[in-house]
Design a protein around this ligand. Structure first.
Ligand SMILES: Cc1cc2nc3c(=O)[nH]c(=O)nc-3n(C[C@H](O)[C@H](O)[C@H](O)COP(=O)(O)OP(=O)(O)OC[C@H]3O[C@@H](n4cnc5c(N)ncnc54)[C@H](O)[C@@H]3O)c2cc1C
Ligand SMILES: *[C@@H]1O[C@H](CO)[C@@H](O)[C@H](O)[C@H]1NC(C)=O
Ligand SMILES: *[C@@H]1O[C@H](CO)[C@@H](O)[C@H](O)[C@H]1NC(C)=O
Ligand SMILES: *[C@@H]1O[C@H](CO)[C@@H](O)[C@H](O)[C@H]1NC(C)=O
Ligand SMILES: *[C@@H]1O[C@H](CO)[C@@H](O)[C@H](O)[C@H]1NC(C)=O
Ligand SMILES: *[C@@H]1O[C@H](CO)[C@@H](O)[C@H](O)[C@H]1NC(C)=O
Length: 565
């Protein structure tokens, strides 16, 4: 059983081990060698796992997931059904556990036994995440590992015939309950769909399978002088990134994922294949179906191929860090830099005093080389030609003197550049690594118009302070987007309620400021109610109608974004 434990540990400890070994993060696209190792260990473990599972169990199915009946499923379904009262369609009707297992066996008979697993640890890993808060009780009955669009078609056709929910899974780094399986079903893991299908350097695009990791891709094409600029979790896959419309620190300069997706191949819930468009950089041919699937969180279909636009790598980059007496002063300086400094920054990130203290005490050796001021700190990235960067640095340094008297720390070598940016990149892992036993991390993100950023961060921090919650703020301040990470004990009802209320207050506040309840982490399960508050019933109803048109049996990733009408 050693292999099983290894797999379980790997997945459970992924976060924690990452923080201890963390890493080499290069300033321009955060290529962490150790993360790559984690990923290949992980994939190797997956192979080993599947292999031994097959040897040990042959064709007999190994059932040991937490049992729960159709009754509970339906109860959950009705309970979460807080949306429209429209009764145009009846409630979705899903197969029971044994029907789901029949479907799984049918898939195995069509694709091969080595494409599927029922192993408890694997199911657990695919249904639960330490990153997040709203882990649902449900687990898939099986995880399938397709290799191609055709494999995915087979899976979809069988699930459609047997009325079985399908939940796509990339790297599982998303944080809003997205890939969890409240209605059970079959989990479709794309990690073996990890091929680069075609690279067109002259057209500045690349066609990939959804399981390709963005850092692997960038390493592979680096020699061409091109790169895919979105930088979410180092583990994330292109399929997951498309489906959450992700971003990252580079978004200030490069926009979000939606700007980089040219064309998608998607398998719909009935097994049909849709190609959203062709490859040229622009088109005005018909409805924009690409954008229908970007950010859909796997609720409309399974993305099986992606054509990504690529950007030229900047000739040079540099970074700087500077701290401020208060978060308000830091945010004010940030908005000055964006609006009035005349410098186009590549990235502008903020970390609060709590997060800086955590880094000083628990950061990796790289980060602790430097003694950080335990004050709100801005991290700036510059890119372009070396000359332009030098003049930008000077201009920014001069303009910041009216906001802070703290030193403006710049990098004089590439190593220093890497070390400074590592502090920002390691923030989340470091937070996770100090999580006290028995507590969970609740991480949430909202975005507001720039002019309101200082105010909302300030209010949210003081509210957490009053509640006695350990909370840190990390933000993509250049986009008016910030994250709050809070620790709480899930067994402490009172504390859990407080944290939930603080999050609710934060999203309500963001909406009052004309902001959004999710800047980049998407909706999943956790923010369904907030999405409704943000968009209103008519908009949600249109989304529901669109989903019903594409997915009439409501099989794709049910329970996410919004409920069945
Ligand atoms: C340390 C850390 C840092 C992060 N930083 C950022 C950040 O800076 N910016 C940011 O935007 N996010 C960030 N994230 C969140 C996360 O990395 C992104 O949401 C990422 O896009 C998820 O990719 P994934 O491959 O892990 O997807 P998963 O979590 O596996 O899946 C995400 C969603 O997409 C669906 N899905 C997956 N594959 C497919 C497919 N092929 N077809 C259809 N649907 C699919 C899933 O069902 C699910 O709903 C961070 C997360 C962590 C842990
Ligand atoms: C995000 O996904 C993880 C994995 O299932 C889950 O634990 C977490 O609860 C989800 N978050 C929310 C808010 O639903
Ligand atoms: C994009 O469009 C072409 C048609 O020109 C199609 O053959 C291809 O499969 C589509 N999908 C992707 C992901 O490129
Ligand atoms: C269509 O949507 C994609 C993805 O969101 C986007 O990149 C593209 O610019 C859009 N195209 C048009 C013509 O609006
Ligand atoms: C993706 O995110 C951007 C920036 O938040 C937003 O403007 C856009 O509407 C989103 N697109 C989709 C298809 O979700
Ligand atoms: C949430 O906001 C309300 C109203 O502004 C306030 O009274 C309350 O104390 C806040 N609750 C928490 C948990 O912060």
């Amino acid at each position: 059983m050693l292999h099983q434990r290894t797999f379980g540990q790997l997945s459970r400890n992924l976060a924690i081990r990452a923080s201890t070994t963390v890493p080499a993060v290069t300033a321009n696209c955060a290529v962490t060698a150790s993360w790559r190792t984690h990923r290949s260990n992980y994939t190797a473990a997956k192979h080993a796992q599947l292999g031994s599972w097959r040897r040990e169990h042959g064709n007999t199915v190994f059932f040991s997931t937490a049992a729960f009946g159709v009754g509970i499923l339906l109860a959950t379904l009705y309970q979460v059904n807080d949306e429209s009262t429209s009764s145009l369609v009846s409630q979705p009707h899903y197969a029971g556990r044994s029907g789901m297992l029949d479907a799984a066996q049918k898939i195995a008979s069509l694709l091969g036994e080595d494409m599927i697993t029922y192993d408890t640890d694997v199911l657990e890993h695919h249904g639960h995440s330490d990153w997040s808060t709203a882990n649902s009780e449900g687990r898939a009955v099986a995880v399938v590992f397709p290799r191609s669009t055709e494999d995915v078609c087979v899976i979809a056709r069988v699930c459609n015939d047997y009325n079985v929910p399908m939940v796509p899974f990339g790297a599982g780094s998303s944080v809003e309950g997205n890939f969890s399986q409240p209605h059970s079903g079959i989990c479709v893991d794309t990690s073996f769909m990890d091929k680069v299908i075609a690279f067109h350097p002259d057209d500045m695009d690349v066609v990939v399978q959804p399981g390709v990791n963005w850092m692997d891709l960038n390493a592979e094409i680096a020699a061409s002088g091109l790169f895919a600029p979105m930088d979410p979790s180092p583990t994330a896959t292109v399929g997951g990134m498309v489906s959450t419309n992700c971003s990252g620190t580079n978004a200030m300069r490069y926009g979000t994922m939606k700007d980089w997706v040219l064309n998608l191949t998607v398998v719909l819930p009935d097994g049909s294949i849709v190609k959203t468009r062709r490859r040229p950089r622009k088109t005005s041919a018909g409805y924009n179906l690409t954008s229908l699937f970007v950010g859909a969180e796997g609720t409309l279909g399974i993305v099986t191929e992606v054509t990504l636009k690529l950007a030229p790598l900047p000739q040079d980059t540099s970074v700087a860090a500077v701290s401020f007496p208060t978060i308000k002063a830091a945010a004010a300086a940030a908005s000055y830099l964006i609006r009035s400094s005349g410098v186009q920054l590549a990235a502008l990130e903020i970390m609060d005093d709590v997060q800086m203290r955590v880094l000083n005490q628990h950061g990796s050796a790289t980060v602790r080389k430097r003694r950080w001021a335990e004050k709100p700190t801005l991290f700036l990235k510059f890119s372009g030609t070396t000359d332009a960067i030098n003049s930008d640095l000077k201009r920014v340094r001069d303009s910041l003197t009216s906001f802070t008297s703290e030193p403006f720390q710049t990098a004089s070598t590439k190593q220093e550049e890497h070390d400074i940016w590592a502090a920002r990149k390691e923030a989340l892992f470091t937070m996770l690594s100090i999580r006290p036993e028995g507590t969970q991390l609740w991480s949430t993100d909202v975005a507001v118009p720039l002019s309101r950023l200082a105010e909302i961060i300030d209010l949210s921090k003081s509210e957490c302070g009053q509640l006695g919650i350990f909370a840190s703020v990390v933000g993509h301040v250049g986009d008016g987007n910030f994250h709050v990470a809070m620790f709480y004990d899930p067994n402490d009802v009172e504390q859990t309620a407080k944290v939930a209320k603080a999050v609710k207050n934060m999203t309500d506040r963001a909406l009052k400021m004309d902001g959004t309840v999710s800047g980049e982490h998407a909706i999943g399960i956790g923010k369904k109610k907030s999405l409704r508050d943000e968009l209103g019933p008519e908009t949600i109803s249109l989304m529901q109608k669109l989903k019903l048109a594409v997915d009439p049996k409501w099989l794709m990733n049910p329970g996410k974004v919004f409920s069945h009408p």
